[in-house]
Write a protein that binds this ligand. Structure first.
Ligand code: PLP
Length: 413
């Protein structure tokens, strides 16, 4: 059948090989190695002439099925699952860039991604150039012959800014520059990255995809839009693998050598997570709207930030890109760090923990946690205020959540 919906495709993604017992779930192949009948078969597999699993750091049937499910719903050229979202980001950059190259991005990023660019990769001679990605014209001015990609988050964490991705990707294309989008806040089902011109999608599947924080994982998706001939590092791979240059270089070199593979057990959990992704996304987005509207009432808090609110500067762009699902994270301002802590400590239901898209609602003070390693000046440039609280909204009953927020706000005021 053609034109199946997201959830139907996920639930009915065929196994590449029939299960001998007719299992409906792909079993957990928790093994390391795979036996071959003959030495010749082994030789063909290592030469890449006969597709086969050889060693679970490189590929594994359970992990492959998870990858196939994502491929089924994204119509991607290739998908690779990794041990974490950070592994997805770092493996991608290591595949496309080398010393002396540069990546254009924003200072408004997830803290560890900023640290990857500003510390880890900088030490290896990769330059991060920071732009306001909401301004495509200004961003283009930073491009030179060593620019290998523009890297963006679809909704920045925790600033909650939304870039006009179509405009930025069209601008990047005019210069032949790759667009990499971290879609952790808006994974497939919410956002069709390919339709907006994203070349490579990276996701922390730890978040929504895992089923609500069951396991750590990451995903890289090659949407097949980019001409890899334009990347000097991948030229020899284009000769060998044509349009599959990126995915093959990744699988056969960077992913294999760095060793940040997804474990088969995590792939099983994450595959289960995919089966309920639409249901959970709908529930948390609906809760987020209700909480945002409650907090936005006069006198509740100093300000509320959520791209789904009509007074957000990103409302129109978010609507165009994510329809009625502009993420399940909101931030609000309580005027001082002391008030933020008092509010957090007064909550009875909402949990104080660092993560996004758990099934439970989680609260965090970003300035003193994820961004604690940066000085005040850097935090300011990153859009992190001491007065800001981040809420990742779960799937509990919205009335219960609002009651908890209301009783704690009552103590703060
Ligand atoms: N990207 C974003 C937007 C995130 O919020 C996070 C983690 O919070 C990551 C990437 C990293 O994901 P992981 O913890 O799976 O490495």
């Amino acid at each position: 059948m053609k034109n199946l919906n997201f959830i139907t495709k996920i639930l009915h993604t065929k196994f590449l090989k029939e299960d001998p017992h007719g299992s409906l779930h792909m079993p957990v192949y928790d093994n390391v190695t795979f036996e071959f009948k003959t030495a010749e078969d082994l030789e063909l597999a290592f030469a890449g002439k006969k597709p086969a699993h050889m060693y679970s750091r490189i590929s594994n049937p359970t992990v492959e099925h998870f990858e196939q499910r994502i491929r089924a719903v994204t119509d991607a050229r290739g998908v690779i699952a990794l041990s974490s979202g950070m592994a997805a980001i770092s493996n991608t950059i290591l595949t496309i860039a080398k010393t002396g190259d540069n990546i254009i991005t924003s200072k408004h990023l997830f803290g560890n991604t900023y640290s990857l660019f500003e510390q880890t990769l900088k030490d290896w001679g990769l330059e991060a150039r920071y732009a306001d990605l909401t301004n495509a014209k200004e961003t283009l001015k930073l491009i030179d012959e060593r620019t290998r990609a523009i890297f963006l988050e679809t909704i920045t964490n925790p600033q909650l800014e939304v870039v006009d991705i179509q405009a930025l990707s069209e601008a990047a294309k005019s210069k032949g520059v790759l667009v990499i989008a971290d879609t952790t806040m808006t994974p497939p089902y919410v956002f069709s990255a390919k339709e907006f011109g994203v070349d490579i999608e990276v996701i922390s599947s730890t978040k929504w995809i895992s089923g609500g924080a069951t396991s750590i994982g990451g995903v890289i998706i090659d949407h097949g839009l980019y001409d890899w001939n334009r990347n000097p590092k991948l030229k020899r791979d284009v000769v060998k693998y044509g349009p599959f240059a990126f995915i093959n270089r990744l699988r056969r070199e960077v992913y294999r050598n760095i060793g940040a593979c997804m474990s088969p057990h995590n792939a099983y959990l994450q595959s289960l997570g995919l089966e309920t992704l639409p249901l959970r996304v709908e529930a948390s987005c609906a809760n987020t709207f209700k909480i945002a509207e409650f907090l936005n009432k006069p006198g509740q808090v100093k300000s509320v930030n959520h791209p789904g609110l009509k007074d957000s500067p990103y409302y129109e762009t978010a609507r165009r890109q994510f329809a009625d699902k502009p993420g399940a994270v909101l931030t609000f301002d309580l005027g001082s760090k002391e008030q933020c802590f008092k509010f957090m400590n007064g909550l009875k239901l909402i949990r104080k923990a660092t993560n996004l898209h758990d099934n439970r609602t989680l609260i965090l003070h970003p300035a003193s946690t994820i961004f604690c390693e940066y000085d005040d000046e850097t935090k300011l440039q990153m859009g992190i205020k001491d007065t800001m609280i981040r809420l990742s909204v779960g799937i509990e009953d919205s009335g219960d959540l609002i009651a908890d927020i209301e009783q704690s706000l009552g103590r703060v005021r």
